[in-house]
Structure formats: C-alpha cells, structure tokens
Design a protein around this ligand. Sequence first.
Ligand code: ADP
Ligand code: MG
Length: 330
Amino acid sequence: MSEPTAGVGIELSDVTKRYPGQKSGAVENFSLKVEPGELLMFVGPSGCGKTTTMKMINRIIEPTSGSITIDGEDVLSLNPDELRRHIGYVIQQIGLFPHMTIAENIGTVPKLLGWSKTRIAERVDELLRTVALDPAVFAKRYPKQLSGGQQQRVGVARALAADPPVMLMDEPFGATDPITRLRLQEEFRRLQAEIGKTIIFVTHDFDEAVRLGDRIAVLSERSRIEQCDTPANILAAPANDYVAGFIGRGAGLMRLALIPIGEVSLEAPSAEAPALGVDGSLRDALDLLVLTGAERVNVTDAGGATTGSLTHAGISAALGASRSPAGSAS
Ligand code: ADP
Ligand code: MG
C-alpha cells in the first residue's frame, strides 16, 4: 500500500456542551490546539467530559457554542461522509458489530465510501497484519470468538481502515488485563511511529498517558484543563495539587523511565559491575542497582562494548537536569 496519510491539526476554541436539562455544561469553554501528527492524551476522572469532547470533534453531537476545526476546516461545514473519512473513532466499549465477521467490521467505513470488494479485502488483510492478528485465523470469525484484547485490536484496525489523518481513541485498551494492555501499548507506539496520525487518546490511567503521549492534558470537572504539557514536564513540575494528586506516587520512577541511558553523561566504567545496554532507561539502570546491591552499573553499546557507568548519584543528577527549561505548557 502507499504511504499512510499524515496527521492534520485539530483546534477547539471556547467549546461548551450543555446537555438538555443540564445547569452547568458537561464541557465548558474548552480551548485546545493539537498539532499535526501529535498524540495527545486526555486524562481525567469519570464524568469530566472526555467522551463528550471526542463526540463533538467527530460531530456525533454538536457543541452548544464554540468552534472546532480539523486541518483548518470547521467540522460543522463538512458533510458526515467527509468527516468519517477524516476521523477514525475507537469508542469506549469496543463496539464491534456482533453479527458481522471481523473482516466485515473492519470494512465498514470503506464499504460506506464505496470501495470495491477487492480493495476492501486487501485493506482488511493489511490492517489485521498491522495489529498483529493473522488474517487467515481471524478474518472470518465473529467478535465473540475473540478475547477482549483481540477485539480491541480489531477496534483499532477498524478505525484505521479508511486511512484517516485523525484518530479519536476513547479508552481503547480499557477492557484488557494489565499484561495485554502493556503489549497493546507497545504495539500502538510502534504503529504510531510508522503512521504519524494526529491522535487524541482518552485514558484514566496516568501510567498509560506517560507511556504513550507526546503531551498530556490533565482534566478536571467540565473538561477544565489543569495542565497540558509533555509527560516529563508534568511529572517534574505538576501545576497544582490536583495534578499532583492525579500523578500519585512514583513520579520519580515514571520520570526515570522516560530518560534513555543514551541521553545522559556517563562516568568511567568499573572493572567489576553488572552491565546493561544503552537502549535501556534510567529506571532500568536503577532497577539493576537495587536488585544487585552494586554501587554502579556498566553501560554497553549495541556491539557489547562497555562505554561507561552509572551510579545512584549519577541517576539522581540526570533526573535533576532532565526538566526542560521553559516547557511547552499553555
Ligand atoms: P467522561 O467521558 O469523562 O467520563 P462524559 O463526557 O461521558 O464524561 O460525561 C460528562 C458529563 O455529561 C457527565 O456528567 C455525564 O453524566 C453527562 N452526560 C454525558 N452524556 C450525556 C447525555 N447524553 N445526556 C445528558 N448528560 C450526559
Ligand atoms: Mg467516557
């Protein structure tokens, strides 16, 4: 297939949604700019308006006031077919059609768009492989014959079917156990590195937000943005007690996991020390120090040669230096 369609920008300006009979809006005066190709995480408690915001971008519901543009175009001015071609939507409860096969589920939007049978079949095959499901095994099955994690992959494949520049993913890995979830996150990261879509990804799991996001918007009631910045900056300097509470314990360890060993300056290697590869994170290095009780760990390059070493003090110093000076917060 040809190169995937690159992401485009999304901008919400002063968006408010008040459902009928509501005194205060589910979303109030929400403004946010998502850059082309960016993966932005929405993190916030249940009921804070995350799904409502996604549905407005996708025009499943319309804002009471304010405007939303995709690639500079007002979503209310686009016809619904056009919008579906532009946006892949992974809904919160997976939402596969139970009476359709996996292949038919994935082919839903291409069929709506009038693609030929051959083109749809080729696309379905390609997408199943992309999300690591063997087409020969899964294409003809029905959703109930798949595990929760496999169904969620199909949900992601279905959203990607028409190669949209924008993906809205509402707790897409919510229905999986922790181990499957980690695997899906890894696969998803690899996939996004290849396809470069603009993605808004909802989760209530701060760990997931840190692992996947280019930026994280931490939301409170009525979609109020408490902080919007890179994971490293939010972890290093939470804007207020609300954000700090959301991060919970372990901010230091989460930050260490974001810093590759290759980015820090090393000390001279020791003759006798446990070794780990340069492609690990500072968290891996600390883990090895704690597990072995050693004073330092040696770092080896891809060819296995020892290039330097790290100590507890070196790791702490790197953490202190890792905060980017100005940040990109708004
Ligand atoms: P989240 O996805 O963050 O859990 P939602 O966007 O689903 O939050 O809901 C935000 C608020 O709007 C909640 O108080 C919810 O009860 C309310 N709400 C959501 N959908 C509707 C609806 N169709 N009608 C009335 N109120 C709704
Ligand atoms: Mg929701």
